[in-house]
Design a protein around this ligand. Structure first.
Ligand SMILES: Nc1ncnc2c1ncn2[C@@H]1O[C@H](COP(=O)(O)OP(=O)(O)OP(=O)(O)O)[C@@H](O)[C@H]1O
Ligand SMILES: [Mg+2]
Length: 251
């Protein structure tokens, strides 16, 4: 479903390389976890997948169901079914969360040739999804992410994901800032979206998220390369031992 091939990325208009040949395949139905020390390039990888313009691909490709996405605009990628939950969700002053969600959902439906949802249908859908994620409807009347607590922002991202029903989801540190109950609620929200057709790339620092969202594969990114891959036991090993011995193997 997603094939990242020999991906080299630098910061646009500089010579600073961040990713130095990432290879990663995530199949439909698979949950792949990416771990790795701070600054190893995890968020950069997610930004490049989303199409953020601050980065430049100098070599390699990202294929989504066999087609390169590199020439696609961010909104075209979203219409194709890619979704990215940011490590630091953006605040959008002046736009109530509800309006944002409705516009996002309807613009995708339109681009896919589906009818736009009517307001009552939309509200019914949001209410259901929000309830599952423990989100209060009054929060959704506030401008998107403005003044939301860290955990509220993460929940809002997952709400957006569950409404958009993307084909492939990239979650960047969705667990950071969540309280213990919210971690469970958000994980359940993600698990509810797990289907044989949908793939996930879950970026996290901690095994505890992977207790809830059990991954099919775990990959360690270090200095812009995947230096080790394994199954869920690799995450347990890292939690026990840290990164030192995995890094030593490639040093
Ligand atoms: N626009 C930029 N300008 C300068 N340096 C950048 C830029 N974007 C990323 N970097 C650098 O690239 C490296 C990788 O950053 P990235 O955010 O991808 O790391 P990460 O693996 O997500 O780290 P963390 O675990 O702390 O979230 C870091 O050293 C960061 O400072
Ligand atoms: Mg990051």
């Amino acid at each position: 479903m997603i094939e990242i091939k020999n991906l080299h990325v630098k910061i646009a208009d500089t010579d600073t390389m961040i990713l130095n040949g990432v290879n990663l395949t995530v199949k439909a139905g698979e949950v792949a976890a990416i771990m790795g020390p701070n600054g190893s390039g995890k968020s950069t990888l997610s930004y490049v997948m989303a199409g953020k313009s601050d980065y430049e691909v100098t070599q390699g490709d990202i294929l989504f169901n066999g087609e390169s996405i590199l020439e696609m605009e961010p909104d075209e990628r979203a219409v194709a079914g890619l979704f990215l939950a940011f490590q630091y969700p953006l605040e959008i002053p002046g736009v109530p969360t509800m309006n944002f969600l409705k516009a996002a959902l309807n613009s995708q439906r339109k681009a896919r040739g589906q009818d736009e949802l009517t307001t009552p249908d939309f509200i019914r859908k949001v209410k259901g999804a929000a309830q599952h994620l423990g989100i209060d409807m009054t929060m959704l009347k506030r401008p998107l992410n403005v003044g939301f607590s860290g955990g509220e922002k993460k929940r809002a991202e997952i709400l957006q994901m569950s409404l958009l029903e993307p084909k492939f989801c990239v979650l960047d540190e969705t667990d950071s800032g969540l309280d213990i109950d919210a971690l469970k609620i958000v994980s359940d929200g993600v698990n509810a979206l797990r289907t044989p057709e949908r793939g996930f790339l879950v970026i996290t620092h901690y095994q505890r998220l992977l207790d809830h969202i059990v991954p099919d594969s775990v990959h360690v990114l270090y200095k812009g390369r995947i230096i080790k891959s394994g199954d869920k036991s690799l995450a347990l090993h890292l939690e026990e031992n840290g990164y030192a011995d995995v890094i030593k193997e490639v040093a």
